[in-house]
Ligand binder design. Structure first.
Ligand code: DX5
Ligand code: ZN
Length: 229
């Protein structure tokens, strides 16, 4: 599939009904989601626990599109194979998750999956310069990882602009994760982002039984984002 910087909306299932992941994935895809963002948390790298490879494998058959797995775990390397086996299309690891991020990204690429590098709000992008040939995406956290529904951290906008400069015309996506709404989506797109993760802003007001709000929420975020192009 050729690279495109077209705006992609990636709902995060952290905001979904945990008792209905399969149906929720089908619903958001039917309502216009481009990617499905899967937040894996271990209660060690972040102060919250969600699920592991077995859940990813269980929801894989319910995702017809792109499964974007965000590993908020440390250590990472021992689990990469399991998430690749579970069916992830892209696996993101946190730069802060261990001492050997270069090796971690090599290990993700060795599985044949796309590799993502996630960076926390307190982390600069200097290290990214040495990893550009190993990543297909850089995920800029615009909240401190661990929970949905947090406030967008506006100081990250200058980081996104600098990252966009650094990437140039390399086929590397810039994903924004945390506090993305119709208000903040245009800000991050104007700064250079192309993949927008949104949990609470997509799932609010809807349910598996009433998925239409998912569609109107996704469409509103997309409209706001594209207007900023
Ligand atoms: C936070 C996760 C985000 C979060 C986004 O650690 O990585 O993906 O689910 O949720 P909202 O969009 O509600 O901030
Ligand atoms: Zn995430």
């Amino acid at each position: 599939m050729s690279f495109s910087r077209q705006i992609k909306i990636a709902p995060s299932i952290l905001a979904a009904d945990f008792a209905n992941f399969g149906a929720e994935c089908r619903a958001i895809e039917a309502q216009g989601a481009d990617w499905v963002h899967v937040d894996v948390m271990d209660g060690h790298f972040v102060p919250n626990i969600t699920f592991g490879p077995a859940t990813c494998a269980a929801i894989r058959p319910h995702i017809s599109g792109f499964m974007d797995v965000h590993l908020m775990i440390a250590p990472v390397d021992a689990y990469i194979e399991a998430f690749a086996e579970a069916g992830a299309d892209l696996i993101s690891a946190h730069l802060e998750a261990g001492p050997h991020i270069h090796r971690t990204l090599q290990a993700i690429r060795a599985t044949g999956k796309k590799a993502g590098l996630a960076i926390n709000p307190g982390t600069g992008i200097e290290a990214v310069a040495h990893l550009l040939d190993l990543v297909d995406m850089v995920c800029v956290m615009t909240v401190n990882p661990g929970f949905g529904g947090q406030k967008f951290i506006h100081s990250q906008l200058s980081k996104i602009r600098a990252l966009r400069q650094m990437i140039g015309d390399r086929p590397i996506h810039i994903e924004i994760d945390g506090g993305v709404t119709v208000e903040t989506a245009p800000l991050v797109v104007a700064a250079g982002a192309d993949v927008l993760v949104a949990g609470s802003a997509v799932f609010k007001g809807g349910s598996v039984a009433n998925p239409a709000p998912y569609g109107s929420n996704i469409a509103a975020i997309r409209r706001a984002a594209e207007a900023a192009r």
